[in-house]
Design a protein around this ligand. Sequence first.
Ligand code: GLV
Ligand code: MG
Length: 318
Amino acid sequence: MAVSRTRRSCLAVPGSSQKMIDKARTLPADHVFLDLEDACAPLAKPAARARIVAALNEGGWDHRVRAVRVNDWTTEWTYRDVMEVVEGAGANLDCVVLPKVQTAKQVEALDLLLTQIEKAIGLPAGGIGVEAQIEDAQGLVEVDTIAAASPRLEALVFGPADFMASVAMRSLAVGEQPPGYDVGDAYHYVLMRILMAARANGLQAIDGPYPRIHDHDGFARVAGRSAALGLDGKWVLHPGQIEAANAMFSPGQRDYDHAENVLDAYEYYTSEAGGTRGAAMLGDEMIDEASRKMALVVSGKGRAAGMSRADRWVPPGR
Ligand code: GLV
Ligand code: MG
C-alpha cells in the first residue's frame, strides 16, 4: 500500500516565480508542487531548478506535501531536473510529479534514477514518492500498467488540458463539457478509468486544473463531480480555489458524523453486548459489513481533514 498523504488541494506554483513560491508557504493548500514543466518557460528552466532547490531547503512548508513537477521523458530536460532537484534538496522533497506518462517504463526509469541519487547522497532508497500524470490517449490506454509500475507511486493525476488536445476534443474550455456534447459527462470515462487503476493499486486519484480562476461556481461544479465520484483532490491554480477544494474533498459534517456513528453502532451490534448481529438497525437504516466499509471511507476522509464529531451515537440503554 502506497504512502497516503492528504491531497485535497494541490497548488501549482511556477518554479520560475520567487513571489509565487513565497506566497505558497502562506496558503492553506494540502500539497504544493513547484513546476519545472508547462508553467515554466524553456529559457527559465535552469534558473528555476536552482530556485526550487533553495525553496525546498529553506523550509517553511509545514504540513504541506512538497512536490516538484519535472519535465516529461520525451524532452531533453528530465534527467537534469531530477538530478539537480533531488541531489540539491532530496531530503526536503516528498514527491516527484512525472507529467505525460505514456508507459510503465517511464515510471520505472524515474524510479531507477531516483534510487541511484538516493543511494549517492545517503537518503533511504525508495523514500521519494512519484505522482504520474495521465494526460493523453496512450497514457490512458496504459493506465493499469502505469499504476502498477513502481512502489514509489502514490497518485495518478488527470491532466485535462493536455488530454483534451491529445484526443482532439473540440473545445478550449478545460474541464468544462465540450459545446455540442449534451448526452452526459465527457470526462466520466476518463476519470473512472483513472480512478479504477488507482484504487486497484492502492493509489490516490487526483483531478487536474480548472484554469478559469475567477469562475468559482464553475470550479465548485467540476470539483464537486470528481469528489462525488471518489477522487481524493484537485489541482488549484489560484489561492481563491484552495478553500473550495478543501471543502469539496472533505465530507460534509452530517456525512462525517453519520459515518462515525455507523462504525460505532456496527462495532457494538457485532459484539457480545450488542447481540453478535451481522446486520442491525441504526435509526431507520439497516447496516452491515458493507456499510462499515463505506463508512470507513467517509470517516477516513474526515479524519484526514481534521474534522471532529458534532453528533455521537450512544448504544441503547446508556
Ligand atoms: C495539466 O497538466 C493538464 O494538462 O491539464
Ligand atoms: Mg499537462
